[in-house]
Design a protein around this ligand. Structure first.
Ligand code: GLP
Length: 259
């Protein structure tokens, strides 16, 4: 097993790997992506934003500088984008991805996909995204972060989840968690966003969800050991046949086997 990771028993269908640190997760995951690209240069990746994947993007950029990965034939699809924020706006997720990843690797611009937060016809934009994913042959490897309230992408907890890419209303906790991009002002974070749906995510061939830090421990426990419930959208990953959860010790500390 790479990066000093070890497996923990689980009660849902999720395989769990626990690493000594966030850095060791990013190294191991960048290594897996490098191997996947060697096997298939036309790899289709699903990508998240947030603080969690930043070390992964840094690691992938370093591998690229060292000539060890070539993304020229790869395709990417991001999970979500704020509604009403233009792609040029430094607060958009597209700008985040440029800063942390796209500007540092050799992805072809035409194979980078994000939802357009300024689309006039939102329903059509969501449909376009679903079709683009299908045209690319589906997503081979979907990397996910975990919202502290259990969301994945912007699939927020609630009475129901939406299957396909859709427009969604952000919870106050989510707006607070994203305040960093908006000068620390949660009130300036858009109230709505576009997000891949839960079925869009569950249709991907392989999922690796990464969660780091003790603040995620409660949510990690509910995702892995709790029932499949729309109150914890990430718990739906238990239904996927090839989904793994990669944790550092902090995020794993609430798991029963870790007790
Ligand atoms: C945002 C994104 C999610 C991401 C989550 C976690 O809300 N829409 O896709 O997983 O943040 O962020 P962090 O990694 O900063 O905890």
């Amino acid at each position: 097993m790479t990066g000093g990771a070890r497996s923990a028993p689980t009660h849902g269908g999720l395989r769990v790997r626990i690493f000594p640190s966030a850095l060791s997760i990013s190294r191991a995951l960048a290594g897996e992506i490098a191997r996947a690209l060697d096997a298939n240069p036309r790899l289709v990746l699903g990508l998240p934003t947030g603080r969690t994947p930043i070390p992964l993007y840094r690691e992938l950029a370093a591998l690229h500088r060292a000539g060890r990965i070539d993304l020229s034939q790869a395709t990417t699809f991001n999970l979500d984008e704020f509604l009403g924020v233009s792609s040029d706006d430094p607060r958009s997720y597209r700008a985040f991805m440029r800063r942390h990843f796209f500007d540092h690797v050799n992805l072809a611009a035409r194979r980078i996909h994000l939802l357009n937060g300024l689309a006039h016809d939102v329903a059509r934009e969501c449909e376009r995204y679903e079709r683009a994913i299908a045209r690319a042959g589906g997503i081979d490897l979907q990397i996910l972060g975990l919202g502290a309230n259990g969301h994945v992408g912007f699939n927020e907890p609630g009475r129901a989840l939406v299957a396909r890419t859709h427009r969604t209303r952000l919870r106050p906790t989510t707006r607070r968690a994203n305040a960093g991009l908006f000068g620390g002002r949660a009130g300036d974070v858009p109230r709505e966003a576009l997000s891949m749906g839960m079925a869009t995510i569950l249709r991907t061939r392989r999922i690796v969800l990464v969660a780091t830090g003790a603040s995620k421990a409660g949510c990690v426990r509910r995702m892995i050991e709790g029932p499949v419930t729309t109150r914890v959208p990430a718990s739906f990953l238990q239904l996927h046949s090839n989904a793994e959860v990669w944790l550092d010790r902090g995020a794993a500390q609430g798991l029963r086997a870790e007790g």
